[in-house]
Design a protein around this ligand. Structure first.
Ligand code: OAD
Length: 236
């Protein structure tokens, strides 16, 4: 297990923990236009509505737990002797709570806030945010926003992720629909680097054709089985 492994996860890995995905029935936008709750323009137009949307999501984190798929990835990281990077599009903290450490959040984190006045980011924030919240750094009130990558904004950690993809031996994608770029293109970058590629999903994604291996089924069953097999033998 000395290969370089990159894993990408999406909302599907947290679905069985009780967090809704974005695009399945009863998806996360819940009847709201995503432009209204997930764009800088939506925030400028109605910050209270946007805060309410993410406050509900942040509060929901207290009611859910990592499932067998999150736990299996943490086990895999612990035993993996080569380079290991878990990239998640999810803004929940279930990977961390399962024990994952070598990981990056591509689309931000619900438990962090950023100040639009002084620019400080990465402020740990576990309670509600509102227009009356005050930045602990510059003391400005009404300037805090969720540390979430909204449409039209640059995803985080792209340099580090593309560097790792360019030398990946294995790439595993779990529970993502493959419609949002750049994440949807990671499989092609890994393939071009010569990586062997696996996809886990309940169904075909928009980019299934780009993968060499596909495992159809719920992540909580398929991922532990895949990890168990990999821990017996380096994927090849
Ligand atoms: P989506 O909601 O687009 O897709 C979820 C995927 O998970 C679908 O392909 C489902 O088939 C699959 N799925 C659902 N339950 C599953 C299970 N139990 N086991 C395995 N697979 C399952 O979510 P993402 O692909 O994560 O971005 O969405 C990507 C980005 O779109 C999000 O990060 C978010 C959104 O716009 C931003 O907010 C910037």
């Amino acid at each position: 297990m000395s290969n370089s492994l990159v894993i990408l996860t999406g909302a599907g890995i947290s679905a069985e923990s009780g967090l809704p995905t974005f695009r399945d029935a009863n998806g996360l936008w819940e009847g709201q236009r995503f432009e209204d709750v997930a764009s800088p323009q939506g925030f400028a137009a109605d910050p209270t509505r946007v805060h309410r949307f993410y406050n509900q999501r942040r509060a929901a984190l207290a009611t859910v737990h990592p499932n067998a798929a999150h736990l299996a990835l943490a086990r895999l990281e612990e035993s993996w002797e080569g380079e290991f990077l878990l990239v998640t599009q999810n803004v929940d903290d279930l990977h961390e709570r399962a024990g994952s450490r070598r990981m990056l959040h591509l689309h931000g984190e619900l438990l962090k806030a950023r100040c639009t006045a002084c620019g400080i980011g990465g402020l740990r924030w576990t309670t509600d945010l509102g227009t009356d919240s005050t930045c602990p750094d510059c003391q400005e009130t009404g300037s805090l926003r969720p540390e979430i990558v909204w449409f039209g904004e640059m995803p985080h950690h792209l340099d580090a992720i593309f560097e790792r993809l360019a030398s990946a031996d294995c790439f595993l994608s779990i529970g993502t629909s493959g419609v949002v770029y750049p994440a949807a293109g990671f499989v092609s970058v890994a393939r071009a680097a010569g990586a062997r590629t696996w996809e886990v999903n309940l169904t075909d994604s928009e980019v299934s054709d780009a993968f060499q291996e596909q495992r159809i089924g719920p992540a909580s069953e398929v991922v532990p089985a895949l990890v168990a097999a990999w821990l017996l033998k380096t994927p090849s």
